[in-house]
Structures are given as C-alpha cells and as structure tokens.
Design a protein around this ligand. Structure first.
Ligand code: ZN
Length: 503
C-alpha cells in the first residue's frame, strides 16, 4: 500500500508542477508580457492546458484511483483529499466528449472578444449570438453530467457545485432569502437617514509612484510577505501564484482615486496571505493552494472589508499614510476616511459597489442565471430582465448595456454559477469575525497594529489546511458549525446602524 500511495503522490506532484508553471505564465501574460507574443503565448498555454487535462484523464490516473479506492477510509487526510480532487477531475474529464471540450474552449476565446467589443459599443445585440451559443453548449455539456444532479435538483445545481462543493440552488435560495430580509430594509433606512458624508477629498490626486509606496506600506502592514510575494500592475487586479513560496498580486493605480487601489491591494493581499499560510509540508503537493472560491473570497473580503473598512484600521494607519500622501490630505481624519470608504449608494457597477449593496448585485445575477438555465428566459430577454431587476432591487435603471448587462466578463468566459461565491465569501468573512471575537477583541488588535495576531488566527484555522478539506468539512472540523447568514446580518446591522446613526 505504501508504494501505491507514493506512486500516486508522485504522479499528482507532476500535475502540480505543470499547474504552478501555468500560474506563473498566466501572471506574466496579464502583467508584462509583450503584445507581439500573444499568438505564441496562446498556443503555449493551450499546449500545457492539454497536457494537464490528459494527465487527469489518463489510463495511469485511472490505475492509481482504482488501486486506492478500496482503501479510502484508512488513508491519511492528505491522500484522501488528493484522491477526491483527482477523482472529480477524472470523472468530469472522461464524461464529456473531448470535441465538446475543445469547442467550448474555442467558443470562449471568440465570445470574450465579442463581449469586449459589445461592451465598448454598449450594444448587447453584438454579444447575444455568442452568449446563445455558450448557453446552448453549456446545457449540452450538462446533459453529459446529468448523474451529478442532486435529487430534486436542476442542471444549474451542477454548475453551482463546480465553484462551491455541495452548494445547491436550494441552499443558495435559503441563503439569499435570509440575506435579502436583512439588506433590503437596512438599505432603505440608510438611504433615508440624515447622515452626511464628507467626500470633498474624493478626487485629490496621488501620483502613481506614491501609490506604489502606499501599496507596499499596506501590504507590509497587514502581513503579506513580500519575500514570497510581489505587487504587479494590471488592468483588473488579481492574485495568482504557485503556493506559499510564491503568491503574487496585482493592482491598478488611478491618480484621482488612490483609495480604489488601496482596497484592491487589501483584497488581493487577503487572497495571497491565504496562499502563503498553507502549511509547509503542503508546498509542492497538490494541496498547497487555497480551497474553494467562496473560501478564498472570505479571506479577501476579511482583509478588504472586515479589517480594511473598519474605523480602527483607519485610526491605525492614517498618521503613517499621511507621511506618504500630498499635503492636501492634511485635514482628513481617520473618521473621514472611514465614512468615505463605507458610503452606501445604489449604483450600477458591482465591482464598485459598497459593502452593503454589493450582495444585491450578486442576487440579481444569481436569479438571472437560474432563469436562463431553467428555460424561463431567453438570451434576448436579458437586457430587459437585467434592467427590471436593477429597478426592483436598487431603484435605478442602467443607462445603457455597458453599465448594465454587459458589465461582467464572467458569462463571456463561460463562467455560469460563479457569482454566488462572492456573496458566500462575504458571509463567511463575517462568520469568521464572530468566532475570532471569542478569542480576542479585533478592534483593539487592529488599533494596536497587531496584524500578525489576526493572521496567525486565520492561518491556524483556515490557511494551514490549503485545499485539503471541502468548505463543509473545514467548517465542521474547526468551528463545529456550517454557514449561517445570521453572522453576516448581525455584522451589517451593527456596522451600518452605528455609521448612519440608525436606531
Ligand atoms: Zn477576490
């Protein structure tokens, strides 16, 4: 048995090496790679993608899985996890005819370009034919995977599960209903309040070289290890890396909005600190990266929102920050920064939304995807449905498709079922906060600048495990509970109640 396990681990390590190389290539391609190399780069990543795919579905993989299957219950947690993750890949990879996989990959290349142009022209009709083909093809792929559908479930459940193990429409419905019941009345109260927020420093200019220093200052402050990390620049901020030894982030600097970059750095630091926290013995194994999308987002939102959008955070950094900022900011107090970065308003764009209205943007997308995959609406109806839902939930109607139905890249890349993880992450972040508060007072800790205490706590409970456990397993093991929207509700009510003086 020992040899069987060793052989399997070695084979999986081979896949890991390829995946890590791909991650570094992806970082390169999204940051500094020259335009002239685009074609050859696409070929190269296609080649490696295929190599990885073939390793997952190979006869060798099948032999390893078959040899381990009868002994599953007696295997160590790490081997069990590798088995589960590889078995998933093997099953889904062998179920679908390879020509459909190829067709889907080619279609997403085309549709991404079509989406970019359509968004530029604010014209959904240009993108609609591609989206129709994507939805049809996705539905066809789901037919091959019908055995993955939960009892009484729908095809959309299979997509949800791709990004979040064990999540279903039924669970999300309950989660979002609970959330709506809190958020909708709270937003009404906030918007009706008399509270005025000072935004006079909104467009004060901060040059890019200063912002680079601020990014480094913030990263060091919260404990992102730059010895095993790097802050690059890209159009859309992201994080990416191989494992705890190399977890990189990017940001985007706008001279008239330094706060935007500050928060994107905090967000991506949350992702990278998660990766850097995986336990040492997971380096180079298949398990050295973070868990699901929802778990990853919980860490990024924890750093961005729970820590970064708190008053103690601004109190703890403002003096040092002002040494870097131009003199114009000299009158801005921590309270002013805090209120400014938490201002609630109904807006069109998800990624620019405040913490409170953010989940409504996600709920809208979830409801639309559900309709689309149950055949309750057609692609051509989407702009209307989108605008109606924005009117219903946020009391505004997008002025054109670019700030409406065309704003997100996800559908053009064939990512359906992905959005709900964002809301899940925010809810988990608040839940972790309530557990952390039992061990120490977070506000005080932030005020004292003791960010390593926070990082150690998260590391021990969450980061150290890499992707060894499913989210449900990890929650049970570390906290003895599952996702409960009440923590998030309490967090939002508390925070915005205080900020807007609600009773
Ligand atoms: Zn993120």
């Amino acid at each position: 048995m020992k040899q069987t396990i060793e052989d399997f681990k070695q084979y999986v390590e081979r896949i890991t090496m390829f995946k890590q190389a791909m991650a570094i290539l992806a970082f390169d391609s999204n940051t500094i790679a020259p335009d002239g190399g685009l074609e050859q780069r696409a070929k190269r990543s296609g080649f490696f993608e295929l190599e990885i795919f073939n390793m997952y579905i190979s006869e060798t993989m099948k032999q390893h899985l078959d040899a381990l299957a009868p002994h599953i219950s007696s295997l160590d947690d790490d081997v069990k996890a590798m088995y589960r993750l590889c078995k998933d890949k093997y099953d889904s990879g062998t179920k679908i005819p390879p020509e459909l996989v190829k067709e889907f990959a080619e279609l997403t290349e085309e549709s991404s370009k079509a989406w970019e142009n359509a968004r530029k022209n604010a014209n959904f009709a240009e993108f609609a034919p591609f989206l129709k083909r994507l939805v049809d093809l996705q539905k066809k792929l789901l037919e091959y995977r019908a055995d993955e559908m939960p009892v009484d479930g729908t095809a959309y459940d299979i997509l949800l599960d791709d990004y979040e193990d064990d999540m279903t429409t039924e669970k999300y419905d309950k989660f979002f209903e609970g959330l709506k019941a809190v958020i909708v009345p709270l937003i009404k109260k906030v918007l009706a309040s008399e509270k005025k927020i000072d935004t006079s420093f909104r467009n004060f200019k901060v040059d890019t070289s200063t912002q680079r220093k601020i990014a480094e200052f913030i990263a060091n402050k919260v404990g992102y290890d730059l010895n095993c990390g790097y802050i690059g620049e890209s159009e859309h901020p992201f994080s990416c890396g191989s494992d705890s030894t190399d977890a990189r982030i990017t940001t985007n600097y706008h001279e008239d909005d330094f706060i935007s970059s500050l928060y994107s750095v905090l967000h991506e630091c949350g992702h990278a600190i998660y990766e850097q926290g995986a336990s040492e013995n997971l380096v180079g194994t298949y398990l050295g990266e973070g868990g699901t999308m929802g778990m990853h987002e919980s860490q990024s939102r924890f750093y961005e929102n729970v820590i970064g959008r708190s008053l103690p955070f601004w109190q703890s950094i403002t003096n040092e920050l002002k040494e870097l900022l131009p003199d114009e900011f000299s009158h801005v107090t921590p309270l002013m920064f805090y209120e400014f970065s938490n201002q609630v308003k109904n807006s069109f764009i998800r990624i620019e939304a405040d913490e409170l209205t953010y989940c409504l943007h996600v709920i809208i997308r979830y409801e639309i995807e559900k309709m689309l995959f149950s055949g309750n609406c057609e692609v051509d109806d989407l702009p209307n449905i989108w605008n109606q839902k924005y009117q219903e939930y946020l009391d505004i109607t997008p002025t054109d498709d670019a700030v409406g139905v065309l704003q997100d890249v996800h559908w053009s890349e064939g990512l359906f079922g992905y959005f709900p993880s964002y809301a899940l992450g925010s809810a988990y972040a608040a839940q972790f906060l309530s557990y952390m508060q039992k061990d120490f007072n977070l506000d005080e800790t932030i005020l004292n600048g003791d960010f390593s205490k926070i990082r150690s706590w998260l590391r021990e409970k969450i980061h150290a495990h890499g992707c060894m456990y499913t989210t449900e397993e990890l929650m049970k093991r570390e906290f003895g509970e599952q996702l409960d929207v009440k923590h998030y509700a309490e967090y939002l009510n508390n925070k915005y109640g205080k900020l807007y003086g609600l009773t």
